[in-house]
Design a binder for this molecule. Structure first.
Ligand code: ADP
Length: 517
């Protein structure tokens, strides 16, 4: 009975999952934690609460599995010797995490100096504007593959150093540590202030604006530009490889921490998009599409991000990434904002009660538009409403909007890649919706395939860890484990697709820049 434990530290919850050798989930635990909104546009997390929630889910997950009958008769012991039984072994831990969220802590006490600043936090937008007006955006994009935006870690970390009294002086003396959630969890898992390991992997480092994705190293010029002392930084390691052992007191025996990747990159790995040109789209709150571009980063001409997917040994695999802000959240709005459905699962039947949206379009630009528009001033709109429009048409238009936004990202990706992508792999909560998957195939003009295991983020981290400890032998073995649940073929003609996209783009144009004045 051998397993890999995956810790999936997300934006709203911490989850722990145990995977068996077939890549199946055998135990899962989840704990939510507080979202802290001190001011409009600010979003914070309590890093200690996150660490405790993550530890609790890990322990409960191990307890659950060890309390089940194992090999007919022998039960592994529960806490405190969670994993010491010869009948029940956790070979390694993989960590995957919400990206960019920034923690600053005291190396001596192990205490964070302030709440973590979450990726969604906009407090440093003006600082980014300032750096842009000074002409730094191009250099930053060349080196990091990212756009200069408050979304990423660098300006968040500088904000903490500048706003916590004494922080800068203490940082200069080497007393403080910076990390994204992967670093923070690993440091705590490996002993914290009593000798914890301070590392991050290349996929997480590539989201900070401080990391050169070509040299795979922290970049002195960027550190100077953002005014970040190098003493704060974690060591950058490969995404697969043992970086340390967990403190034996935590789980009853030390376990190697053997895999690390940011959540979207981990999902791409978990979807076995392991060859250049393979792409996945995750339909969660937002939609995140990543395409493997192989051993070279591709500089986007369509406002996609270029990022490290994962690093195996000293070799990085790069991805292009595009994001849609309102994905499944559009369906949440139908439920909570409009009250036209009671739960997200009802949306499919409601939308299927009409044959089409009646030429009605919903542009869910509720928080602006992401790739390829990057228009923070766009706002939501419904166009083409007639007296015949019903809540069913709205439901259908909402699902179409998720697929149409993703189709635009898909087109941008194909244009940057310079070739036509042959299929799109789907995952995330809303990918359970068959109608949405069919719409995606229709509007993108390629087959959409959904895997059996939808927990691709946690699975990707487990794969990275399992590769390092020999649980899986090779990337090829992982690719061969991927199993399809269902394949959705495009059913509309190229002409009908062109008409649909033209109407959609007309609707988009009406919603753009709405809040600019
Ligand atoms: P996240 O990880 O971002 O919290 P999940 O992958 O858990 O998101 O997916 C949840 C999202 O999917 C919610 O926004 C929800 O509205 C949407 N969703 C869930 N089930 C369905 C469904 N059957 N059809 C459409 N959307 C759905």
């Amino acid at each position: 009975m051998q397993y890999i434990l995956s810790l999936d530290q997300g934006t709203t919850s911490s989850r722990a999952m145990l995977f068996d050798h077939a890549g199946a989930v055998v135990a899962m635990e989840q704990a939510e934690f507080a979202q802290i909104y001190p001011q409009p546009g600010w979003v914070e997390h309590d890093a200690q609460e996150i660490w405790q929630s993550q530890l609790k889910t890990a322990k409960n997950c191990l307890k659950n599995i060890s309390n089940q009958p194992v090999a007919h008769t022998i039960r592994a012991q529960a806490d405190p010797v969670l994993i010491a039984s010869p009948k029940f072994q956790v070979l390694g831990i993989g960590i995957t995490n919400q990206r960019e969220t920034t923690v600053l802590w005291d190396r001596r006490t192990g205490q964070p100096l302030a709440n973590a600043i979450v990726w969604q936090d906009r407090r440093t937008a003006a600082r980014c504007d300032e750096l842009r007006s000074l002409g730094h955006a191009e250099l930053i994009q060349q080196k990091t593959g990212l756009v200069l935006d408050a979304y990423f870690s660098a300006t968040k970390l500088a904000w903490l150093l500048d706003n916590i009294p004494g922080a800068r002086a203490r940082a200069d003396k080497g007393e403080l540590a910076f990390g994204t959630m992967d670093s923070w969890l690993i440091w705590n898992l490996t002993g914290g202030h009593r000798g914890g390991v301070h590392v991050t992997d290349a996929s997480n480092a590539s989201r900070t604006l401080l990391f050169n994705i070509h040299t795979l190293q922290w970049d002195d010029e960027l550190l100077a530009l953002f005014n970040i002392p190098p003493s704060l930084l974690p060591k950058v390691v490969a995404s697969s490889g043992v970086v340390g052992q967990t403190d034996a007191a935590l789980f009853g025996a030390p376990v190697p921490i053997a895999g690390i990747a940011g959540d979207q990159q981990a999902a791409t790995f978990g979807q076995a998009c392991l060859k250049p040109g393979m792409a996945k789209n995750t339909y969660g709150t937002g939609c995140f599409m990543l395409m493997n571009t192989g051993s070279q980063p591709v500089a986007s001409s369509h406002k996609l991000l270029s990022t490290v997917g994962w690093q195996l040994g000293n070799k990085a695999t790069y991805c292009l990434e595009g994001s849609v802000f309102m994905g499944g959240a559009t369906i949440q709005w139908l439920r909570d904002g409009l009250g036209i459905i009671q739960s997200a699962t009802e949306v499919q039947a409601l939308a299927e009660s009409v044959p089409d949206s009646g030429d009605m379009y919903l542009v869910p630009a509720f928080t602006g538009l992401g790739t390829p528009h990057w228009d923070p001033y766009a706002r939501g709109a419904m166009l083409g409403i007639t007296r015949g429009t019903t809540r069913a048409h709205i439901a259908r238009a909402a699902l179409e909007a998720i697929a149409l936004q993703s189709a635009d990202v898909f087109t941008a990706m194909s244009q940057d890649a310079g070739f036509a992508l042959s299929e799109l792999r789907a995952d995330g909560g809303a990918s359970a919706n068959d109608l949405l998957m069919q719409m995606q195939a229709d509007f993108s003009g390629v087959p959409v395939v959904r895997p059996k295991v939808l927990e691709t983020t946690a699975l990707g981290a487990a794969y990275l860890a399992g590769l390092a400890v020999g649980f899986w032998s090779s990337v090829d073995e992982i690719a061969s484990q991927w199993q399809m649940d269902r394949r959705f073929e495009p059913r509309i003609s190229a002409d009908d697709r062109a008409v649909k996209l033209a109407r959609w783009h007309k609707a988009l144009a009406r919603a753009k820049a709405w809040a600019a004045d």
